[in-house]
Design a protein around this ligand. Structure first.
Ligand SMILES: Nc1ncnc2c1ncn2[C@@H]1O[C@H](COP(=O)(O)OP(=O)(O)O)[C@@H](O)[C@H]1O
Ligand SMILES: [Mg+2]
Length: 241
């Protein structure tokens, strides 16, 4: 049985303005994505493979509406994302950023970070969640990621790189997205940790019925983990298989 289509890029091009250094006037535009077209079925892992600067993160920023100016169409669940509010989009798409160090506020304990995220989820769906439910939910998630409960009273700087990245992944899946975008989630970790986190990602994909976009510059990793790969070079898809 063919899975249903979750995401479609239809000839998407994106350019950034180039400013003159003196007058801060737009001098020209730099094309960073050119006519990007691909499809992603529900439940699959799509690899976005390319060297640094090829436009991978820009693709993620377009899907999450961090960048809203582009040409072409991005269709999510049969709806053009231009016609979706940020709130609707947040119910469907969540992202783990490249750097786990910058994605956690150093001033907040991990307990606070996770509680905030659960409250954000409740707000999205206008739900009321009581404190007991929040506690239970957090413990379940920690358990799933093989993180000890003591971690809740730690600050981000007290965590290892792998622990921080797992918390960042938890923050992303608390919103129960359909699509999880992982922007080079392993590149700041050493090899043994990479394998471990990859296994967690495989587990939680199963458990939460997720679809992944896995951004990487590592061909072997992409081939191991992804069902389909688009390879981009300077903003152009050069392979799609
Ligand atoms: N806000 C921006 N303004 C101008 N140029 C940008 C901006 N963000 C990214 N770029 C440029 O767009 C190109 C693609 O960047 P990016 O999508 O981050 O690549 P990747 O994630 O593959 O390393 C790069 O040349 C980068 O310098
Ligand atoms: Mg990037």
């Amino acid at each position: 049985m063919k899975n249903s289509l979750l995401l479609k890029f239809d000839s998407v091009s994106k350019s950034y303005p180039v400013y003159s250094s003196i007058l801060r006037r737009v001098m020209s535009r730099k094309l960073v994505l050119e006519k990007i077209t691909f499809e992603l079925e529900e439940g699959k892992v799509l690899g976005v493979l390319g060297a640094s600067g090829s436009g991978k993160t820009t693709i993620a920023k377009l899907i999450t509406k961090i960048e809203e100016e582009y040409s072409g169409r991005i269709i999510l669940n049969n709806i053009n994302i231009k016609n979706m509010t940020h709130k609707e989009l947040a119910k469907n798409v969540s992202m783990v950023f490249q750097n786990p160090y910058s994605s956690l506020n150093p001033k907040h304990k991990i307990r606070f970070v996770l509680e905030e995220r659960i409250n954000q989820y409740a707000k999205l769906y206008n739900n009321k969640i009581d404190n007991y439910e929040i506690k239970e939910h957090i413990l379940e998630l920690l358990n799933y990621m093989k993180l000890p409960a003591e971690i809740l009273s730690c600050y981000p700087h007290q965590l290892s790189g792998g622990q921080k990245q797992r918390i960042a992944i938890l923050c992303a899946i608390i919103l129960k997205p359909k699509l999880l975008i992982l922007d080079e989630p392993l590149s700041s970790l050493d090899i043994s940790l990479q394998a471990q986190i990859l296994n967690y990602l495989i587990d939680i994909k199963q458990k939460y019925n997720l679809t992944y976009i896995f951004i990487t510059h590592d061909q072997d990793l992409a081939e191991y983990f992804c069902d389909n790969i688009i390879k981009i070079n300077k903003g152009v898809i050069c392979e799609n298989n």
